[in-house]
Design a protein around this ligand. Structure first.
Ligand code: GLN
Length: 304
């Protein structure tokens, strides 16, 4: 039996000694206030054991990690019709690339780049009665945690600086792939990105993807086929133009956010979340990527 606690501690100690050349995301001004030297890791086994190290219980803005949760809700609501509005191919471009221009008929390449997530936000707006409230409730249900909330300051900070996202949403609207008002869709999108969670809460939220669609309390939220597809999208698209590198180094489906979080999972085995706010040039957590590489190397647990 592996000593998971000792493995997490070894990783934490070695990374604390590493020179952290990453940079905090400052294009969303509120994110720039986070101290650079934070590092937390939380591991949750499918059998219920939990292991934690460092700043794993400090909350941070989950940013693009929320795109997997909004995708899950939209897939649950509309099923395979979703794929008429968004494709499932890796983009090879940064998250905020206006790659929509490359595409025919305004269909974003996948739901985890910004243009794809904006289409997913539009689908949720069309199908949920009280979109922001209902989506937050979905996240709370998955996580079994009523304390999870939006961070209004971060959402507002992104709203006033989110010119790329306005450009993407306007293009989608021009192509007819946005059914609601640009302002309303982006208000929802900026709020979903602003959700605050700690590493443990992230492993709770993503448990459903490691457990055939069932959350921690065994409630079936998604079918196992839907989960298989979402995991495939995370593996191929979860790290933008570094998805190949993450599969190569870590070998797990996962998702990063510019708040410095990464969550990854091994189906039927575990979910793991890291938080280290300084990002590498591709916008993924510099130390988080290394922590996960060390974890799958030391434990020999990856999908490969
Ligand atoms: N809210 C951020 C944006 O749209 C999310 C980016 C990310 O986490 N990669 O720019």
């Amino acid at each position: 039996m592996l000593n998971y606690q000792a493995i997490l501690e070894e990783i934490h100690t070695s990374l604390k000694k590493t020179k952290n050349t990453g940079e905090i995301a400052s294009y969303i001004p509120e994110l720039a206030n986070v101290p650079k030297n934070k590092l937390g890791i939380h591991l949750q086994l499918i059998t219920g054991e939990n292991y934690s190290v460092g700043d794993a219980s400090e909350k941070f803005s989950i940013q693009s990690i929320s795109k997997v949760l909004s995708l899950a809700k939209a897939f649950q609501l509309v099923g395979n019709d979703l794929w008429k509005r968004v494709d499932v191919e890796p983009s090879g471009n940064p998250f905020n690339h206006l790659s929509l221009l490359e595409l025919e008929d305004g269909i974003p390449r996948n739901p985890l780049i910004n243009s794809g997530a904006i289409v997913i936000a539009d689908v949720l707006l069309s199908h949920l009665k009280n979109p922001k409230e209902d989506f937050l409730n979905f996240v709370r249900e998955l996580t079994h945690d009523e304390t999870i909330s939006y961070n209004e300051e971060i959402a507002e900070s992104e709203r006033v600086t989110g010119f790329n996202n306005y450009a993407a949403a306007n293009l989608l609207k021009a192509y007819g792939n946005l059914h609601n008002k640009v302002e309303d869709v982006l208000d929802f999108y900026f709020h979903q990105c602003s959700i605050m969670m700690d590493c443990r809460q992230l492993t709770n939220a993503f448990f459903v993807f490691a457990h055939k669609g069932k959350c921690l309390k065994d409630v079936q939220h998604l079918t196992s086929s839907q989960v298989k597809r979402i995991n495939a999208i995370m593996l191929t698209c979860g790290f933008y133009d570094e998805a190949g590198e993450f599969a190569f180094e870590v070998g797990l489906p996962g998702k990063s956010g510019v708040g410095g979080g990464i969550v990854a999972l091994l189906p039927h085995c575990f979910t793991i979340a890291t938080w280290a706010p300084a990002l590498n040039p591709k916008g993924n957590s510099y130390l988080g990527m290394q922590a996960l590489e060390q974890f799958t190397t030391k434990t020999k647990l990856s999908i490969f």
